[in-house]
Design a protein around this ligand. Sequence first.
Ligand code: DHB
Ligand code: FE
Length: 286
Amino acid sequence: MALIIGGIGTTHVPAIGNAIAKGLQQDPYWRPFFAGFDYVHRWLAREKPDAVVVFYNDHGLNFFLDKMPTFAVGACNEYRNEDEGWGIPVSRAAMGDARLSWHIINELVTGEFDITMCQDMMIDHAVTIPLQLMYPSGDWPVKIVPISINTVQHPLPSPARCFNLGRAVGQAIESYAEPLKVAVMGTGGLSHQLDGERAGFINKDFDKLCMDDLAGNPQALTGYSIHELVELSGAQGVELLNWLAMRGAMRGEVTELHRNYHIPISNTAAATMVFGHRHAAKRQAA
Ligand code: DHB
Ligand code: FE
């Protein structure tokens, strides 16, 4: 059976793509952020996931405001990126695992999560930047299942709903018959607001509370309404929903292995976290 080996949460700010393209990782502005990935690289080298299920939000590349699914699951063997208008290089394509995708889709719909299934899907910076950060050599030795959550056009799904989506995805992964090692990932956040009266808004206290509660007390975060979350984390800080889905997918024992928090990267409070996950069944056997 497939195993969920752990989770990664990371910011997906497009400017990181330019910093990588220009080799600015050691630049004083960028170093505190990139240094936070040293641990991630060691963890990936040790754990060697075969597949990564990525909870993210599309920012207008694949879905636009005319048709906006609340939840969409990719079912492709390849996902391309294109110019999104951020002035960053177009990324290479990511490999997909369409069989794992269809298993997840089947389980979700059976479990009454009526998602949109996508046999043709492009991935934006919210997937490509995290992959570039995880695998700086440019060799992406994993297949992905991208799951897009609408954090863009209101009404947005609630934190509790996103956490429960994660739980259903976790259950689906753990019932997949192939012996795959699967990492789950949530991208975006933490607090930021890119436009409007509060442009530039960052909430360090709330970000800390989120990072403190994610591993051991995620229920403290799932009680917020979307409007409370916008107020606390900013209009784009609601990308925390992707992190909550990632956390929900880990239904066993979850431990915080690593965190890095740095203000600002572009307009965002940048965070990187790694979580270990021990399956409930394994725990009983131990
Ligand atoms: C920025 C952050 C984001 O999450 C994003 O999708 C685009 C831009 C920023 O801080 O510049
Ligand atoms: Fe974003």
